[in-house]
Design a protein around this ligand. Structure first.
Ligand SMILES: [Zn+2]
Length: 424
């Protein structure tokens, strides 16, 4: 069979809508993938797992002194609620929330720079602040052309405690700071709970090597406001086309195809899968992940979280057939990492947008920035790579994670911190 760029683009169009973790739309996308699997002649499976769910009922921010103004804000999910009449406190700008920024911040509502990390959040809690406001976007954003981000606190934040938080536009934040507010009120009301997200799974039984299994994976959820075609509808349709191929051309080894949910919330689908299928994972000799593909203005990448010989193999192939792809032994911020964490060699393929070529994680993740031909070419390269692993006489990749990669994976997943806590 030949890979079809048209078929891939059609499916990409079908799932090209906002489909955030645990939403009805994510479920709808899962059902579209299931339908496609059935069209191929297989029966797919939906695997539910629980994720945080919140609904913001009210998010309000007012400067009370030395002037009055209400600013448009969004509420941080899972960050709790204020009393219904709001919370009035003194205000302070604490930049990146180093301890030096927080000497006099007790009982205040603080304003913190965008992109703050867990350490900064921990510092806020230790300093005894009452709430926080962070900013989204840039100071040159046009309001009609950009979205105020929807953010949430994750478990890494929440283990240090809960602080009600809001997000304001960068432009508003700058204007506000120019006017040096001293007293503010924040009002946040939200419901918090759990909801199901889903992994979609299809299996193609192998003919020969019963004790060796290969997984092809891609996440199919998106971030808020994004149609998620570049990230990662494209990867989803790439592995679907590979499923179609192997359904028609029975492989030597058993293959599992998994579309993970809730990747954008912290690799939740793949973490759930690798945590709950430990017995099965013992058989898995390689995980092949595809996350982000298709930009017209772009370049191909491979991230190998495995023995260095796998890098060489991909590089040789690239030269052999004249397909440009830069290969590094590294950890990719995607569903390959939970596999590597469990000792399964993993490789991620991607085609990234060149700088300015394909915006992601916002409303501009659009199919018009992508080409069906680019998606097909990457599919063909991954297929060629797969043929040399899926059907090889002796499996060529050592089933171990080199020490340097283990350390990087641990760092990425903040293992040290976890272990320290467990040993107490
Ligand atoms: Zn992604």
């Amino acid at each position: 069979m030949k890979f079809s760029s048209k078929r891939q683009f059609d499916l990409l169009n079908k799932i090209g809508f906002v489909r955030t973790s645990g939403s009805c739309e994510e479920k709808r996308a899962a059902e579209i993938l299931l339908e496609e699997i059935e069209n191929i002649g297989l029966k797919g499976e939906l695997e539910p797992f629980e994720v945080d769910h919140y609904e913001i009922k009210k998010a309000k921010f007012e400067v009370l002194e030395p002037y009055y103004k209400e600013y448009t804000v969004s509420g941080y999910g899972m960050s709790g609620s204020t009393p219904s009449e709001g919370m009035v406190c003194e205000f302070e700008y604490v930049e990146n929330a180093h301890k030096q920024n927080l000497i006099n911040s007790k009982d205040k509502i603080v304003f913190i720079n965008s992109g703050f990390n867990v350490k900064a959040y921990e510092n806020l809690i230790e300093a005894g602040v009452k709430g926080f406001i962070s900013f989204s976007g840039t100071v040159i954003d046009d309001e009609s052309k950009t979205d105020l981000e929807d953010r949430k606190l994750n478990e890494k934040h929440l283990k240090h405690g809960k602080l009600p938080g809001l997000t304001i536009r960068a432009k508003d934040a700058m204007e506000m700071l120019k006017n040096t507010p001293s007293k503010v009120r924040i009002t946040l009301e939200q419901t918090e709970g759990k909801i199901d997200s889903h992994n979609v799974i299809a299996t193609v039984k192998g003919k020969k090597y019963e004790n060796e299994e290969i997984h092809f994976v891609a996440h199919y959820d998106s971030v808020p406001f994004s149609n998620g075609v570049y990230d990662n509808g494209a990867g989803s349709v790439i592995i679907m086309e590979l499923l179609r191929y192997y359904q028609e051309n029975t492989p030597e080894r058993t293959l599992k195809f998994i579309w993970f949910g809730s990747e954008e919330r912290g690799l939740l689908g793949s973490k759930y899968y690798t945590d709950t299928h430990e017995e099965e994972l013992k058989k898995v000799v390689l995980a092949v992940n595809v996350d982000m593909a298709g930009p017209i203005l772009g370049y191909n990448r491979a991230f190998v979280t495995a023995d260095n010989s796998l890098c060489n193999m991909i590089e040789y192939m690239s030269k052999e057939i004249g397909f440009p792809i830069s290969v590094t032994q590294s950890v990719y911020s995607s569903d390959s990492t939970p596999y590597a964490d469990k000792g399964v060699p993993a490789v991620s393929f991607a085609r990234f947008g060149a700088n300015g070529g394909a915006p992601g994680h916002n409303r501009y993740d659009l199919i018009e920035h992508l080409s069906a031909e680019n998606i097909k070419e990457l599919t063909e390269f991954i297929h060629l790579f797969s043929e040399r692993t899926v059907n090889s006489c002796v499996f060529p990749v050592p089933r171990e994670i080199p020490q340097n990669m283990k350390e990087e994976v641990d760092k990425y997943l903040m293992k040290e911190e976890k272990d320290k806590k467990n040993s107490k």
